[in-house]
Design a protein around this ligand. Structure first.
Ligand code: DAK
Length: 258
């Protein structure tokens, strides 16, 4: 399912989705977001796919929402048409693990989309920022919510209020990304993480993602109760029995994703 804006490749149970705008900056236009949403939704429903890697070009993961479209936007249209909300809702509610492989600019919605992903791998020259303030805008897809949860209040405030970007090294130190690798190795590093994820049981992977995401949305007591319920629920799966038996028999488990 390759479109002019999004390229899709399959590497076994790992899907590689590449944002693909002509100048490599990947402005998140309506067309690109629709193609991305269609692709990710299809992969989320595909039982053969267990992890998804999303990347951009060497120049940019994504340079944010389409400033051409926003330059002409009015308050009435933004509210009445629920501007950007529906297409972003689709990419932020996926159940499968998403790994972002970030090279170059991840700005505004580009940084926010990386934060929607579950794991972020960055190239050494990657740049993360929320420059919306320079456009007279508040970040709209998590810059004021996911960013402080990821990097803490002080750095999030500095990024959101100044609009200035941070480097990959700063992003690693702050916890925005899980690792930094040479630019040329970013996609392969993300694919390797994807392969390491994809060897596990699909329903358990989705349960782990759901429970971990819960940590950012609820109290500790409620999150722990959710986790305990998810843990108990695993005993309904053949894969739980297989995983434990394989350990005891000193062999590799063969999960059937049931
Ligand atoms: N949109 C449209 N065009 C863009 C663009 C963008 N985001 N970014 C770059 N371009 C265009 C430039 O206008 C230029 O077009 P031409 O003049 O060639 O026609 C071309 O791409 C090349 O750009 P530059 O000449 O500027 O290239 P440089 O290498 O010098 O600089 C740059 C690259 C990425 C640093 C720079 O282009 C830049 O700062 N871009 C803007 C980054 C930015 O401000 N992004 C934040 C946008 S606001 C929401 C969901 C999402 C959002 C909000 C709500 N909901 C769910 C409600 C997101 C909002 C945003 O992302």
């Amino acid at each position: 399912m390759t479109t002019p804006f999004v390229t899709l490749e399959h590497r076994g149970a790992v899907a590689l989705v590449t944002l693909n705008s002509p100048n490599g900056l990947n402005p998140l236009t309506h067309e690109l977001m629709t193609a991305l949403g269609d692709t990710l939704q299809t992969l989320d429903e595909d039982t053969q796919t267990r992890a998804i890697v999303v990347t951009g070009s060497a120049r940019a993961f994504a340079a944010g929402a389409d400033i051409q479209a926003m330059a002409q936007m009015t308050y009435a249209r933004a509210v009445n048409e629920n501007f950007l909300a529906a297409e972003w809702q689709r990419v932020s509610t996926l159940r499968k693990p998403l790994v972002a492989a970030v090279r170059g600019y991840a700005l505004g919605g580009g940084c926010e989309f990386a934060m929607i992903c579950d794991i972020v791998v960055a190239g050494e020259t990657a740049v993360f920022g929320q420059p919306e303030i320079k456009l007279g805008l508040v970040p709209g897809a998590g810059g004021t919510q996911r960013l402080p949860r990821a990097v803490g209040k002080s750095l999030a405030m500095e990024m959101n209020l100044t609009g200035e970007s941070i480097t990959a090294a700063q992003a690693l130190a702050a916890g925005l990304v899980s690792r930094v690798v040479p630019d040329v190795d970013v996609v392969n590093a993300a694919l390797a993480i994807g392969q390491s994820i994809a060897r596990h049981s699909l329903p358990v992977l989705m349960a782990v993602k759901a429970a971990t995401c819960r940590a950012f949305e609820t109290s500790l007591a409620e999150g722990l109760a959710y986790e305990r319920s998810a843990f108990h629920g695993c005993f309904a799966l053949d894969d739980q029995r297989e995983g434990c038996e394989a350990f005891l028999e000193r062999r590799v488990p063969h999960f059937n994703h049931r």
